[in-house]
Design a protein around this ligand. Structure first.
Ligand code: BGC
Length: 512
C-alpha cells in the first residue's frame, strides 16, 4: 500500500487483535442488535393483523365485503389503498428520520440515537394499541417508523465500529438475525392473537413495546463507540470504551491512536457530511450505499414478509393455515441468517450474494409459472392443495436465500465500506433508500399483483438478475479488512479505481 504503514500478509492486511471476542463486546452488540428486533417485529406484525377479520372490519371494511363475494378475483381481493397506506406509512416516516439521524448522530453519538429512537417507538406502540380510528392507527405507525429510522441508522454502524474486524460480518449479521427473530416472534404472536377475538390485534401491536423497552433500557448501560466518542472529543471515554470491548489484557493504545489519526484526517469533511459524500472520490461509496439497500427491496422480499398471510389466503389457505405458513416462512428466514453468520467472514460477501441471486431467480420463475397455470389471468379459479404447498415451499427457499445474502449484507456492506467522515450520512442514505423502495413497493404491490397478475414474479426475477450482475461486476470483497483500510478495495477495482484518490495522501499517519 503506497505510503501506508500497515503490515500486510498476502494481498490483505491482517492484525494481531483482530480475532478477540470478549464477553462485553457480545453483550454490547446484543443490545444494539435488538434494534433489529423491533424493526423485525413491525415487519412481521402487519401482514398477520391485516389478515384478521376483526381488524379488517374495524378499519378496512371494504375487504371483508370483497372476500364474501361469490367468485372474487383472487389477485385483487386485498387491493385497498388504505390497507397499503397502513403497511407502508412506517417507511415514509422512517425514511425522513434516518436522514435526520445521519446528521444528529455527530452530536448525540450512536448510542444517543438508539435511545431517542426507542422512546419514539414506544409512544407509537401505545398509540396503535389504543387506536379507535384509522387516523390514530396510521399516526401510531408513523411514529414507529420514526423510531425505527433512528435505530436502523445507528445500530449497524454501532456494531460495525465495535466488532473485532475479523468477525465483523458475523457480528453485524446479528442485526438481521434479530430482525428475523422479531418477525418470527410477531407471526407467532399473531397466531395466538387471532384466537383472542375482537381485540387480538391490539395485543399483537402492544407486544412491540417489549423489545423496545429491552433495547432502550439496555442502551443506557452500554458505552458509545470509540469512533463516535473521538469524533465528539471525548478521548478518555473512547479509551475506556475500547478497553471494555477488546478486554483488559489487550493493548488497545495502538488501535486508539489509529482511530484518532483516522479521525483527524477525516475531521474537515465530517462537518458537512451530506455535502461531502457527493464528492467524486466518494462515488463508489455513494453508489453502493444507495444501490444495495434499494436492490434489497427489489428482491421482492417484502411481498413475502408483509403479504405472505394475505397471499396464502389468496391461494386458498384458511386464516389459521396462512398464519402458520407465515410462521414457517419466518422461521426459515431467521434460521438462514445463521448460515450467513457462519459463512460471511469465511467465504466473503460476494459469494453469498451471487449464490442467493441464482436461487431466488429460479424460484420466482417457478412461482410465476404456478400462478399462471393455476389462476390464469382472470384469477377466479382456485389453487389445488398441492400447488398451494408448492407456493409455500418456493417462498421458503426465497426467504432462505434472502436470509443469508441480501438480508444481512444490506446492513453489513454499507456500514463497513463507508469512511468515518461520511459514515453517518452514508448510513442515513442507506436506510432512506431502503425505506423509500419499501414504501413504494409495498404501496404498489397489491395493485401490481391485481394488474400484472403472475407477471409480478417475473418483474422481481428481472430485478434480481440485474442486481446479481451488478454485484458480480462492481462490488469488491470486504471480508477481514479493517475499516480504516477500506479505500484499498476501490483502488484495486477495475472500474472504481478512477474515482478514489490514493489513501496515503489522506490517511498517511495511520499506524498499527
Ligand atoms: C429488510 C426488510 C425485510 C426483512 C425481512 C430486512 O433486511 O430491510 O425490508 O422485511 O429484512 O427479514
Amino acid at each position: 500500500m503506497a505510503g501506508g504503514t500497515f503490515a500486510t500478509q498476502g494481498s490483505h492486511p491482517r492484525h494481531a487483535a483482530d480475532g478477540a471476542i470478549t464477553g462485553s463486546v457480545v453483550i454490547i452488540c446484543i443490545v444494539a442488535a435488538s434494534a433489529g428486533l423491533i424493526f423485525g417485529y413491525d415487519v412481521g406484525i402487519s401482514g398477520g393483523i391485516t389478515a384478521m377479520p376483526p381488524f379488517l372490519e374495524k378499519f378496512f371494511p371494504s375487504i371483508p365485503k370483497k372476500m364474501a363475494e361469490a367468485k372474487p378475483n383472487q389477485y385483487c381481493i386485498f387491493d385497498s389503498q388504505a390497507l397499503t397506506a397502513f403497511t407502508s406509512s412506517l417507511y415514509i416516516s422512517g425514511l425522513v428520520s434516518s436522514l435526520i439521524a445521519g446528521r444528529v448522530t455527530t452530536t448525540t453519538g450512536r448510542r444517543g440515537i438508539l435511545i431517542i429512537g426507542g422512546i419514539i417507538f414506544m409512544i407509537g406502540t401505545l398509540l396503535g394499541v389504543v387506536a379507535v380510528n384509522l387516523a390514530m392507527l396510521i399516526l401510531g405507525r408513523l411514529l414507529l417508523g420514526f423510531g425505527v429510522g433512528f435505530t436502523n441508522q445507528a445500530a449497524p454502524i454501532y456494531i460495525t465500529e465495535m466488532a473485532p474486524p475479523k468477525w465483523r460480518g458475523a457480528f453485524t449479521t446479528a442485526f438481521q438475525s434479530f430482525l428475523g427473530g422479531g418477525a418470527l416472534l410477531a407471526t407467532i404472536i399473531n397466531w395466538f392473537a387471532s384466537k383472542m377475538g375482537e381485540n387480538g390485534w391490539r395485543f399483537s401491536l402492544g407486544c412491540a413495546g417489549i423489545p423496545a423497552i429491552i433495547m432502550t433500557v439496555g442502551a443506557f448501560f452500554i458505552p458509545d463507540t470509540p469512533s463516535s466518542l473521538i469524533q465528539r472529543g471525548q478521548l478518555q471515554k473512547a479509551r475506556q470504551s475500547l478497553n471494555q470491548v477488546r478486554g483488559v489484557d489487550s493493548d488497545t493504545e495502538a488501535e486508539l491512536n489509529n482511530l484518532i489519526n483516522y479521525h483527524e484526517a477525516a475531521k474537515a469533511a465530517t462537518k458537512q457530511p451530506y455535502k461531502t459524500i457527493f464528492q467524486r472520490k466518494y462515488r463508489p461509496h455513494l453508489v453502493m450505499t444507495a444501490a444495495i439497500p434499494s436492490f434489497q427491496q427489489l428482491t421482492g422480499i417484502n411481498i413475502v414478509a408483509f403479504y405472505a398471510p394475505v397471499l396464502f389466503r389468496s391461494v386458498g389457505l384458511s386464516l389459521n393455515g396462512s398464519l402458520v405458513g407465515a410462521i414457517i416462512l419466518n422461521f426459515i428466514n431467521f434460521s438462514s441468517t445463521f448460515v450467513s453468520a457462519y459463512s460471511v467472514d469465511r467465504f466473503g460477501r460476494r459469494l453469498l450474494f451471487l449464490e442467493a441471486g441464482v436461487q431466488i431467480i429460479l424460484c420466482q420463475l417457478v412461482l410465476a409459472y404456478i400462478f399462471s397455470a393455476e389462476l390464469g389471468t382472470a384469477g377466479t379459479s382456485s389453487f389445488s392443495k398441492g400447488s398451494a404447498i408448492l407456493v409455500l415451499v418456493l417462498m421458503c427457499i426465497i426467504s432462505a436465500g434472502f436470509g443469508w445474502s441480501w438480508g444481512p449484507l444490506t446492513w453489513i456492506v454499507p456500514s463497513e465500506i463507508l469512511p468515518l467522515e461520511v459514515r453517518p450520512a452514508g448510513q442515513g442514505i442507506c436506510i432512506a433508500s431502503n425505506f423509500l423502495l419499501t414504501f413504494i413497493l409495498s404501496q404498489v404491490f397489491l395493485s401490481i399483483l391485481c394488474k400484472m397478475k403472475y407477471g409480478v414474479f417475473l418483474f422481481y426475477a428481472g430485478w434480481v438478475m440485474i442486481m446479481t450482475v451488478f454485484v458480480g461486476l462492481f462490488l469488491p470483497e470486504t471480508k477481514g479488512l479493517h475499516l480504516q483500510e477500506m479505500n484499498k478495495i476501490w483502488q484495486d477495482h477495475w472500474f472504481w479505481y478512477r474515482f478514489v484518490e490514493d489513501p496515503s495522501s489522506n490517511y498517511a499517519n495511520l499506524t498499527e
